[in-house]
Design a protein around this ligand. Structure first.
Ligand code: ASP
Ligand code: MG
Length: 423
């Protein structure tokens, strides 16, 4: 007997018929002898609908008072889901009970709309499990110290499920979703993309942060920190598929690096279209300049990703960095009005039509020549590299957005990612 957490996304919870299927699947696991905790999202579209209602009443931007109410409203989507799922489980003959975040309680800080989980008291849930009940807990929400309802940010149910699994030391957390696992890259761009049977937690973290949106990134961080065995699998398989087959399906996020290292050097190609590039031309090449440029940018709460500065020939150099596209206008204004003049830059220029393409793999730690293979493959396609950044397990390049698909396909081929690995 194991303690298992299942998480179901909005699509799986999208109609009474689908909720019935979730209940049948969960009942199958419970009847196989497992203790079951289930964390569903709101029915698909529901969170958007609820937040849309709020917007109709107040277009005002985010004051703390407004954000508190947004969480009050948005959290109800999940409350409906848990009640419906508990009823569906009861209809399947299971003893089931549902809880909201504050009933568990799932304690968070007070950052409305993006709260962080601080602790989870599992006493009540454990007692229910011991009494043979299936426990259904809302995703996405918690409660702060002053008993205000909070939410964890869009897509936050993944994090709820992983956090509950961590708190309860669950044997595995299964994230049922509308894709059947983690792929070597987006199959909509590369039809030959393969589902990975396993991916290391570090690789998953890079893939998620680089724009592969299978899991909310915070849930991956949580899984890593608390070593929660995590599996992403399809919610579209028939509910009555053989449980042993189901338990092995999808992609397992592992901590066993060594095993993996024998296999692929590069595990996946990620890409991100959300960034824009800004450049200060002709800034003096002297100590303190990077700080004088990036200090005010950080003070303006603009996140900076890739940074590049070149050697100077005549005491002047160019300084470029990327920011999120949503911050592009603010960044340009800041550079033109204050930072540029302060560092005596000759000119400020920017480009929103860029993208970042990355190769990710823990095998890169122990292999040389991987980056150069990447650059060769891009050069063979005639793609110009504007910026490069590397970490232990990834190399990213910034290129013109119009070459993104070409680059992803070329790299997928160059690193043999369409070839099935020996198991
Ligand atoms: N219902 C929330 C959202 O739509 C949380 C989630 O689905 O994970 O963002
Ligand atoms: Mg989701």
């Amino acid at each position: 007997m194991a303690l298992i957490v299942h998480k179901y996304g909005g699509t799986s919870m999208g109609s009474p018929e689908r909720i019935r299927n979730v209940a049948k699947r969960v009942a199958k696991w419970a009847r196989a002898g497992h203790q079951m905790v289930v964390v569903p999202s709101a029915m698909s579209g529901e969170t958007n609908r609820l937040l849309g209602l709020a917007k109709e009443l107040s277009p005002a931007s985010s004051t703390p008072a407004l954000m508190r109410e947004l969480d009050m409203i948005a959290s109800t989507g999940e409350q409906v889901s848990v009640g419906l799922l508990a009823i569906a489980l009861q209809a399947e003959g299971m003893d089931a009970v549902s809880y909201t975040g504050w009933q568990v309680p799932v304690a968070t800080d007070s950052s409305y709309t993006k709260a962080r989980i601080e602790s989870i008291d599992d006493t009540r849930v454990r007692a229910d499990l011991a009494a043979g009940k299936v426990v259904v807990i809302t995703g996405f929400q918690g409660v702060d110290e002053a008993n205000n309802i909070t939410t964890l940010g869009r897509g936050g149910s993944d994090t709820s499920a992983v956090a509950i699994a961590a708190a309860m030391k669950a044997d595995e957390c299964l994230i049922y979703t509308d894709v059947d696992g983690v792929y070597t890259t987006d199959p909509r761009i590369v039809p030959e993309a393969r589902r990975l049977h396993t991916i290391s937690f570090e690789e998953m973290l890079e893939m998620a942060s680089l724009g592969s949106k299978v899991l909310q990134i915070r849930s991956v961080e949580f899984a890593g920190k608390y070593r929660v065995p995590l599996r992403v699998l399809s919610s579209f398989t028939p509910w009555d598929i053989d449980i042993n087959e189901e338990a092995k399906s999808g992609t397992l996020i592992t901590f066993e690096e060594d095993e993996k290292m024998e296999q692929a050097v590069v595990s996946g190609i990620a890409f991100n279209r959300d960034e824009a590039k800004v450049t200060l031309l002709g800034v003096p090449d002297k100590p303190g300049i990077a700080f004088q440029i990036l200090g005010p940018v950080a003070d303006a709460k603009i996140d900076v990703d890739v940074i590049i500065q070149n050697v100077s020939q005549d005491g002047k150099t160019d300084f470029s960095f990327t920011v999120h596209r949503n911050d592009y206008q603010r960044a340009i204004e800041l550079l033109e009005k204050t930072v540029g003049p302060a560092v005596q830059a000759a000119k400020v220029i920017g480009d929103t039509r860029i993208c970042k393409v990355s190769i990710v793999g823990i095998g890169m730690r122990s292999h040389v020549g991987i980056a150069s293979k990447m650059f060769r493959s891009l050069s063979e396609e005639g793609i110009n590299i504007q910026m490069i950044t590397t970490s232990e397990i990834k190399t990213s390049v910034v290129i013109d957005e119009k070459y993104m698909e070409l680059a992803v396909r070329a790299l997928h081929r160059a690193f043999d990612l369409d070839q099935e690995l020996p198991v």
